[in-house]
Structure formats: structure tokens, C-alpha cells
Design a protein around this ligand. Sequence first.
Ligand code: PEP
Ligand code: MG
Length: 579
Amino acid sequence: MSFVLHGLAVSPGIAIGRASLISHATLEVAQYQVKERDVEAELTRFDAALATVRGELDTLKVEAGAALGAPAELSAFVDLHAMILTDPLLAEVPRQLIRERRCNAEWALVQQLEQITEQFDEIEDAYLRERKHDIIQVVERVLKVLLGHRRKLGRRGRDEEIIIVAHDLSPADTIQFKKLKIGGFVTDVGGATSHTAIVARSLAIPAVVGLHHARGLIQEDELLILDGTRGVLIVAPDQRVLEEYRLRKSELELERSKLKLLKTAHAVTLDGVEIELAVNIELPQDIDKVREVDADGVGLFRTEFLFMNRDDTPGEEEQFEAYRSLVKALPGKPVTIRSLDLGADKVSRGMRAAARIETNPALGRRAIRYCLAEPQLFLVQLRAILRASHYGRVRLLVPMLAHAHEIEQTLVMLSLAKAQLSEAKVKFDERIEVGGMIEIPAAALALGPFLKHLDFLSIGTNDLIQYALAIDRTDESVAYLYDPLHPAVLRLIAMTIAAGRRAGLPVAVCGEMAGDPSLTRLLLGMGLTQFSMHPAQLLEIKQQVMKSDYSLLRGRVARLLRQDEPGRLLEMLLKINAA
Ligand code: PEP
Ligand code: MG
């Protein structure tokens, strides 16, 4: 029977395809009975998964040995995981459970994991207790292999895509879709500017979040229509609806291909003001998409994604190679590399394993706070960025700054990294530009130290809205309050742009607002001339820029900014956009 689910539209477009249910949380695996005659096959499936993980760990160890700068602990850590994998508690007991209870391998493994972790919680020795996380990581690896094998993707029709259906997806999960061909995804939870949604936009695949019970209601392989523009998911559509959506999808594709004609056009307003359109990227591989739209450079490289989906931490060499590859691929263009913004919804496996329970992670030790608390990690990244600066125009961008002392400490760390490189006679750009993200209201309201110490500013509207309006950007239950047009938000942005202009400091916007064509004129009217967004959004924003009169907008937007009444403000914006 056909039914429709409504959620938050987070990434536009239409996908028509088959559901692929995925389970992110370890304990969320399905339980099913295995027939007597299939028990041996289930045991073989379990053994094969163990063997695959053993192979993965062997490869990891070889790679770690070969990689320059890889920490020595890495190899010991891989050995530990290999040892856990062969321990009878994990390799044998689940086999007994499969035999005795005739349950599936995933379920047997998770049951056993629960038993083991309970025992670990009672251990007094903190070091030993912490090993629980290593066991969880090993089990997660095996589960991934088991679940991967179970997925039946073969039944797809020729023009059908895979639509991922999950209860929740972390940004680390979503970034892995870059390697796979995914038509779109839906989740039960999540907010519109969560990093999971941001990654979906960067992949240019439709996505809807906050569907509440989708994962429980949808069957594996069920036919779905995902409308990421309207936030709608149609399950088991009838033929008429299917035809209608096929038509709409091809119309959208046609519009997109028309936009491609703008690739070589200059982003200049009707009255001749040049606008810089740069891109946000998550991985060096995104460079092809940057070239496709001929962007003016990289306005934001979210380096934390290099640290996800792996058990180790990328060392200086690996980071340097990643940064240099980008710089060399964009000769003459600025590449803005943001220092690590781990924390809140973006966590590495190492951070998860450390399991520091934070009640409010978005307000906790995130981004620059984390880096300043982990000086060795920060220095490694700073040295890698500095080394890449020798090969092109690299700019360093620092997230989540709010206090003058954080800016000062960051600059001290940078000087230290420079001194270390100089001593080792390694070349770098002595005058590398350093910028700060304005994403905490306190920073926007007290810009003095930013203007005094830094070379440029970049407004992170995603966090600025989260912190100004006190709503968690990942929580769908408060998503209705996430309002880029709140007068307070608009004033914080306008104030920052104006202060930067007065001080002669370049100001960009790199939050999601920069890629929203309905807000382009508003931002231009505030005096913004530098935008950074996902490559998929750039040509549409260019189209808006080319249709706008900058000087005219300055006056109109100044009047809009004096407006406190939301309904009136929206009316004024609609008029500005329609003119
Ligand atoms: C922002 O906060 O607007 C931003 C660009 O950074 P991120 O989305 O990675 O937090
Ligand atoms: Mg941010």
C-alpha cells in the first residue's frame, strides 16, 4: 500500500529507487531466526566476516608501516584489534549462540558484545575498562561486513537508484556515500543544518531528515520516491505518481544542464560589482566538482572529515599531501583550509572511544577549543598546512573563536609551528593569511580582537544561527526554530560585514546561507562580496548575482534590517527578490 511521509527538506532534487535499510548503531541490528538447514551457512557467513576483518587489519598494518609519519602506536593498536578478533569470546561464543538459538550472526555477535561490555564496566582499572571501546570497534567492523553482505541490491531496475533509509546517520557515515553511488537518503532524526545534511548537499543528492518512523515502516527493497525539495517521501507509489515524478525529475535535470552554460560567465552584478564565488569541500577528492563550476577558489575546506572513519589519526605527511594536492590542483586560486572542527556532531573514532560524556557537545570542547587542548595534534596540522602553503595560495581559517586569548594562543601556536619548520629548513609561506570564523554571537558583537589580529573573516551562519537562537542544529524537534531570517541573526551578519568593510578586512559567508539563492540578494545588500558554498549550488548563485543590482540592494536591505516584525521582513525580502 502506498503512503507518504513528511520530513525536513535538507537537500533538493528527486530520487526514484529502492530502499536500502541501514543500521548505524551497533545495537540496532535486526534479529531473525535461521532455519535448521541454514545454520551451517550462517556459521560460514560469520567466519567469512571475521576473515575479512582480519584481512582489513593486516592491510592497515602494512599501510601504517609504509606511511611516513604514522604514529608508532598505530601498529600496536592494530595488533590489539587483531588479538581481540581471535579471542574465543568473540570468535567462538557467537558461533555457539548461532547453533543453539538459531539466530542470525549479527544478533549473536551483539548479544555477546553486551555480555562482555557489562563485565568490562565493572573493572576498576581505568586502562582495562577503556579497552571496552576497542572491543566495540572490532565488533563494529565485523558487523559492517555482515550487514554489507546481507544487503540485496540486485533487484534494482535499470533506472532505479539506491535510497538509504536509516534511523540516524552521522556525518562520518554520510561522507562515505562519496565512494558509493547513492541516489539519496532519508533519516528518522536530524536537523536541516546538521553536518549530515550539509554533506548531502555537497554530494548533490536529495535528502529528507526528521521523518520519525521511516526506518520502522519501510521494507528493504521497497520502491520509494524521495523529493528532497519538498521534504516528502512516497513509499510504494502507484504508476500515475511514478510517471509524474519521472517527468519532474527530467525537468529538473534539464534546468541543471542549462545552468552549466554559466560556468565561464563572470559573477558580476548588473552595476559591475565583482563577486567572488568560492566553494566548500570536505575531502580533497571534491576537487573535480570545484573544476566543473570553475570556482574562484576554496572558501572552506572542512579538514575534520580527513579524521573520520578510521581508527588512527592522519599524521603530518598524510595531511600535507592532502592539502598540497588541493593547492596544486587550483593554481593561483586561494585555498582556505580550516583547522580541525571536531566535536559536537563531528567526531572521530578516537574521540568516540575516549567517551567523554558531554551533556551539550555543541557547547563543549569543540573546534579550536579541542585543538588548543590537544597542542600536539594542533601543531601537526599547522605544520602540514604551512608546508602546503609553499605550493600555492593557502589561507588558514580558525573555527569557533570567541575570546581574544583564543586568537592569541592560536597565533602563538602558529609561530611555534613556523619556528619548527624553519629550524628543519622546510619551506612555507611566511606571510600565510590567517582568518577567523565568526560563528559565535559573542564574536560578532565584539570583533575588536579579530580585526586587530587577523587577515580575514568568514561568517559561519550555520553555527551563528544555532548559538544566537539557542537551538541544536542537529535536533529535528527544534528545527522549526532554525531561522536564518530572524532579525537578530540578520543583524549579527550585517554588523560583521560592515565592521570588516570599515576595517578593510575581507569578509566571506561560508555557512549554508551563502548557497541559498533566495538569500543571495539579501547578502549582497548587506555588502557581501565573497560567498562560499557547495559546488552544486554555485551556478545558481552566480545566476542570482548576475541578475542583481548591488547599489540598489544596499538601500533596500538597509531598510529591511530595521524591521523587527518577521512577517513584514519576509514580505520585504520577497519584494526584493521579485524586483
Ligand atoms: C558554519 O557553522 O556555518 C560553518 C560553515 O561551519 P560548519 O557547518 O562546518 O560548522
Ligand atoms: Mg561552524
